[in-house]
Design a protein around this ligand. Structure first.
Ligand SMILES: [Zn+2]
Length: 379
């Protein structure tokens, strides 16, 4: 089963926009209310039986059950009778809001930190339609339950054999988007390793280097946009919080953030296609095992961008019948690709020079050649 997310720009009418904003605001209140219930329940458990708390008493009896997802979800219809504003929103959207809270709660329970927070005004910026009709996209419009047809830019049509599973509506920097999850239930045989193979080394200096020795540079515009963003953020932080100018500065920051994300994704697409033009089999490092030994100090930060690129590359490979595989990258930068001797080198050393066989090349190129070797060995 293959799932993919396609993002499209939405152009709601003024009425639809108002309607969706109200829905998000109602979702936010439901989220906060449900979180309040969980917090109160947790607080009521903290009170020891043999003490009487002087400051406050919780009215929740000691044997009250935990406000679980199902309890809170089942309470929705009753609340709706009292609060008509809730009934306006499609019920599944609200259920998903509660689901989202409980996912955050479960995640907190597992990790032991990151208690879900109350969402402030304007912080609920997306809502999920878990069920839409399989033919929700027709004639450059998307049909959302209770909201109706919204014009959409269908720059990429839904591929044949795929059905629409769910739609998340997002608001980013005054613009509306629909993230459409599509699923293919026809089983397509995965391509096998074939044809010309290349290995890829992801890096900090260069975006990536292939085993052919072809480096792909980080685009300059991303760098200059990043520094522009820093400047805007600094300016925004100097404004008086919640003032008119602060709001304006925040909006500017959000807009640039959004622009950068778009440009980066575009760069990722183009890179993935150009790699597929060069080879039929592509081996990459498995990011899960890339560690600090590669000098990736802000690993989480880099992971996000590399992770996005690799899953995109995997998808492009699949679509173009290219074989894609991840290999264990341990030691790839410390082994000579010509004679497989161990060649230890610190990060600062950008050159690979083998004392055993005299093979000399750029460090990243040697690593990419090792990735290719690992891939060939395995398949
Ligand atoms: Zn060597």
């Amino acid at each position: 089963m293959l799932t993919m997310n396609y993002t499209y720009r939405l152009y709601p009418s003024a009425t639809q926009e108002q309607q969706m904003l109200e829905w998000m605001e109602t979702s936010r209140k439901v989220y906060n209310y449900a979180l309040r219930e969980i917090k109160d329940w947790v607080a009521s458990r903290k009170c020891r039986i043999d003490r009487c708390s002087l400051k406050q008493e919780y009215i929740i009896p000691a044997d009250a059950p935990f406000p679980s997802y199902h309890r809170q979800q089942n309470a929705l219809p009753k609340v709706k009778k009292v609060m008509p504003r809730l009934a306006v929103v499609q019920s599944q959207v609200l259920q998903c809001t509660i689901r989202r809270l409980h996912d955050a709660w479960d995640y907190f329970q597992k990790r032991g930190f990151g208690f879900p927070r109350f969402k402030k005004y304007g912080q609920m910026r997306s809502m999920l339609f878990p069920q839409v009709s399989a033919t929700a996209i027709i004639n450059y419009h998307i049909k959302l339950p209770k909201i109706g047809l919204i014009p959409i830019t269908l720059h990429r049509p839904i591929p044949d054999g795929f059905v629409i599973k769910q739609v998340r509506v997002l608001r980013r920097a005054d613009k509306w988007y629909a993230v459409v999850s599509i699923e293919c239930d026809i089983s397509v045989p995965d391509p096998l390793p074939h044809g010309r193979a290349i290995g890829i080394d992801l890096g900090l200096e260069k975006f990536l280097t292939t085993s052919d020795g072809l480096p792909i540079e980080r685009p300059k515009f991303l760098k200059s946009l990043q520094s522009e963003l820093k400047l805007l953020q600094r300016r925004a932080s100097k404004k008086k919080k919640r003032s008119h100018n602060w709001e304006k500065a925040q909006k500017k920051v959000a807009r640039l953030h959004h622009h950068i994300a778009n440009r980066r994704k575009d760069f990722h697409w183009k890179t993935a296609h150009s790699l597929c033009d060069q080879a039929d089999t592509i081996f990459v490092e498995d990011l899960n095992t890339v560690g600090l030994n590669r000098g990736m100090l802000r690993k989480d930060c880099i992971d996000a961008s590399f992770g996005q690129f690799l899953s995109l590359l995997e998808w492009v490979c699949w679509k173009r019948d290219k074989y894609f595989s991840r290999v264990n990258p341990n030691g790839t930068s410390q082994t000579c690709p010509a004679c497989f001797a161990h060649v230890a080198k610190p990060l600062s050393e950008r050159e690979h020079l083998c004392p055993e066989c005299g093979y000399q090349t750029h460090r990243d190129h040697a690593a990419a050649e090792m990735v290719l070797h690992r891939g060939n060995e395995r398949s």
